[in-house]
Unconditional design. Sequence first.
Length: 135
Amino acid sequence: MRLKVSRKAHFNAGHRLYRKDWSDEKNREVFGKCSNPNYHGHNYDLTVSVIGEVDPETGFVIDLKILKDLIVREVEEHFDHKNLNIEVPEFKSLNPTVENIAVVIYNRLKPFLEQYELEIKLYETPRNFVTYNGA
Ligand code: NI
């Protein structure tokens, strides 16, 4: 039996979307309010899903306590209450769009979940979200 098991998490973070090689005007045109030079915050809602076989001995696909602790360590402690552009090394030269944040989260978690398929669903607002599964 192959199942998908999911754990929800949450973090708040600030960012600015912009390209250094573009003028302020072009950044405003492309990124709108998200290019505000003084940064702004979002409440990010995250769902991490792992897909795998049920272990007949435990009945688990994954011990959710292990998944919870992994998300706290690799995602929440890394992103929560941070300015993504300034304080998170992955975004030193990568625009912190919701797409890129989802990919960074995937890449941080995947080494610890090699035996599973992994799917990251990240909401930047209640209506805007992306899904990434490494493909
Ligand atoms: Ni924004």
